[in-house]
Design a binder for this molecule. Structure first.
Ligand SMILES: *[C@@H]1O[C@H](CO)[C@@H](O)[C@H](O)[C@H]1NC(C)=O
Ligand SMILES: *[C@@H]1O[C@H](CO)[C@@H](O)[C@H](O)[C@H]1NC(C)=O
Ligand SMILES: *[C@@H]1O[C@H](CO)[C@@H](O)[C@H](O)[C@H]1NC(C)=O
Length: 427
């Protein structure tokens, strides 16, 4: 009894410590995530967070990135120049190159109004300085007499560039990203920008928009329809350009944090900021019935683990977006919760690690952390509630299961080599 009380005390202390030392959700980090400790030490930040943060190592971002800037009258005097400096500032530190054994980013640069001018295609820039020479000369492309803002034509030009300028390295499979600044909007004939944005979206192209100096708000609504969800920003946010800098950096980071196409990425919504947080966790459900230990082995075969459900909001996400996805209507599945060699409840982490059960517990009626069985599954209890139940790891419960696999981001050595062929760690 005393032992249990001490244990509870320890867990409570540990979880409050973990919460106070962990960076707030939504911040991007420049370091590798806290590597889960092997034996499930008491202070792992993963225990009480929704998931694994997407890393944002600027120097190792690897994208095919096309920058598009409105040069029409509506952008105003000096406006195009200020977009150039914003971009030069945001891209500082990224390894811009055409080849190399490390991660690198290729950049294209387009300006547009009634027409489209390609300043640099994806094969042009060999370094950050190369690109900056053009970015810090952007004002010279301003067309002060041109009222037309043909976003359709600009996006079409970017789409063509992606299609015709695939990297010289056939194994390079970098995320394709568009970063578009516009101050106004005209639809020319039947050429609807939303249609081409949808095509690009279907090709997994990530679209970030910045509504620039848009006094009439003409572009605001359109840009929110063509951006990747919640990747529509505005330079006139209350906090001004500093905020735009942070927003663009975070969006570029997220664009570089990707799951294999067959999997669902953990993305949460923060109602305070009105923005999403992307995590480096990818989920996939398997309908075959197997014992918990065998299911874990199967997840490890794809370099993942059984899923950790360490918060309520993450549990809701997984139930709605993975367990109830289309015809995959799971009513129970094995989770990564299990007792370690010291008989403490821990979750599986990546790369043969464990991290301890945190503050959140979701035991179904009749079950608790002292119930028999060293593994745990989650079961649908009513139309809206799910709860954990203990089970034997082998010989009981041939249930379905959900694996989690780490997303590919700008961290070396974490990409799934079947999907992200040019990760240098895959050779
Ligand atoms: C892009 O596709 C995703 C998933 O298919 C969808 O949720 C999203 O709304 C699409 N975005 C746009 C701008 O069409
Ligand atoms: C982004 O789009 C959403 C709707 O999708 C809208 O509510 C929001 O105001 C837009 N934000 C900006 C900065 O345009
Ligand atoms: C869900 O079902 C629809 C219609 O059957 C299909 O088009 C879509 O690809 C399915 N999505 C997933 C993720 O299985």
């Amino acid at each position: 009894m005393l032992k249990i009380a001490l244990l509870i005390l320890l867990i409570v202390c540990a979880s409050s410590l973990a919460q106070s030392t962990y960076p707030p959700k939504g911040t991007t980090t420049t370091t590798t995530p806290g590597a889960p400790v092997t034996t499930g030490g008491p202070t792992n930040p993963l225990s009480n967070s929704d998931g694994t943060p997407c890393n944002c190592n600027t120097a190792t971002m690897w994208l095919d990135l096309i920058l598009i800037a409105d040069r029409s009258k509506s952008i105003g005097v000096g406006g195009l120049g200020s977009i150039g400096t914003q971009l030069a500032t945001n891209l500082y530190g990224i390894n811009i190159a055409q080849s190399g054994s490390n991660y690198y980013t290729r950049v294209g640069l387009i300006v547009f109004s009634s027409d489209v001018q390609v300043i640099g295609n994806l094969n042009k820039y060999n370094s950050y300085n190369d690109l900056t020479n053009d970015l810090l000369n952007l004002e010279s492309y301003h067309k002060a007499d041109d009222n037309v803002v043909d976003i359709y034509a600009a996006l079409k030009s970017a789409q063509d560039m992606f299609q015709t300028q695939a990297a010289n390295n056939a194994n390079r499979n970098a995320r394709q990203v568009v970063l578009l600044f516009a101050s106004s909007y005209n639809q020319i004939g039947g050429n609807n920008p939303v249609v081409i944005a949808n095509q690009m979206n279907n090709s997994n192209i990530f679209i970030i928009t910045v509504d620039y100096n848009d006094a009439q708000g003409a572009a605001t609504q359109l840009l929110s329809q063509i951006s990747t969800p919640f990747m529509n920003f505005s330079s006139s946010d209350s906090n001004g350009l500093t905020n735009t800098f942070t927003e663009i950096n975070s969006a570029l980071c997220y664009s570089n944090c990707v799951c294999p196409a067959s999997m669902t990425q953990l993305i949460t919504y923060n109602s305070n900021t009105g923005r999403q947080t992307y995590f480096a966790d990818c989920y996939i459900a398997y309908l075959s019935g197997s014992f918990a230990t065998f299911a874990e082995r199967a997840c490890e075969e794809i370099h993942g683990t059984l899923i950790a459900l360490q918060t309520g909001s993450k549990t809701n996400f997984v139930i709605n977006s993975v367990a109830n996805k289309n015809n995959t209507k799971l009513t129970r599945f094995h989770t990564g919760l299990h007792r370690d060699v010291s008989k403490n409840w821990v979750w599986y982490g990546y790369q043969n690690t464990n991290f301890p059960l945190g503050a959140f517990a979701n035991w179904a009626p009749g079950f608790s952390s002292s119930s028999a069985g060293d593994c745990a599954y989650i079961e649908k209890l009513s139309s809206t509630t799910w709860g954990w139940a203990t089970e034997n790891c082998i010989g009981q419960n041939p249930y379905q299961y959900v694996c989690q696999v780490r997303a590919c981001d700008s961290t070396y050595g974490t990409c799934d080599c079947n999907t992200w062929k040019n990760d240098p760690s895959c050779s």
